[in-house]
Design a protein around this ligand. Sequence first.
Ligand code: DHB
Ligand code: FE
Length: 281
Amino acid sequence: MAKIIGGITTSHIPLIGKAIAEGSQQTPYWKPFFDAYPPIHAWLEEEQPDVAIVFYNDHGLEFFLDKKPTFAIGAAEEYHNADEGWGINTIPPIKGAPELSWHICNQLVENEFDITICQEMKVDHGLTVPMQLMWPNNSYGHMKVIPVCINVEQHPMPSPKRCFDMGKALGDAIRSFDKDLKVVILGTGGLSHQLDGERAGFINTEFDRYCMDKIISEPEALTKLSIRDLIIEAGSQGPELILWLGMRGALSNNLEVLHSNYHYPISNTGAGTMLIQEQQP
Ligand code: DHB
Ligand code: FE
């Protein structure tokens, strides 16, 4: 059967893609951020997962404001990135895992999560930057990826609890897939940030650290928050935390945090990076 070996949280801001393209990882600004990743590289090298499920949000590349699925899941053979502006390079195509995607989609709909199934889908920085961070020099050719896209751009957005519950159903679906695959789940984005308006640049480090603690020890505390609470505490883009809750829902409660790093500001955000291993029974 397929098994989930762990989860990883990571920022997905586009400026990281630019830093990678320019080779600025060791400059004083970037080093404390990029230093969080070598332990994750070593773990991925050791564990060799077959599939990465990536919880992210699309910031306007595939879904603009005129069509905005609440939950969209990729079921394509391959995913492409495209120029989003920001001056960042596009990355080579990413391999899909359509058989597992269809299994997950069937199970989710069966369990009353009425997702949008995408047989074609462009993927933006929300997914591509994490891929570049996890597999440096675009060395992800061996990985199969399933994009799980949640609306965090336009109201109404799904609640933290709904995303956690969706993640749970997705985790159950993976564990019921009849192939010996090792699966890692990525929760991207966050933490606190506000990109425009009066509070542009707002970061709440105390709340960010609270979220990093609770996402492991008591995710139910985070599911009691509303989207409005997240905006107040973490800025207008703070609701990206629901992407982390999707990931967390797919994991068990038998977890070990192997590595954790918090650094701010990176661009306009507090960046939380965590490597979370499932303790196998
Ligand atoms: C930034 C953060 C994001 O999550 C994003 O999608 C785009 C930009 C930023 O801080 O610059
Ligand atoms: Fe974002």
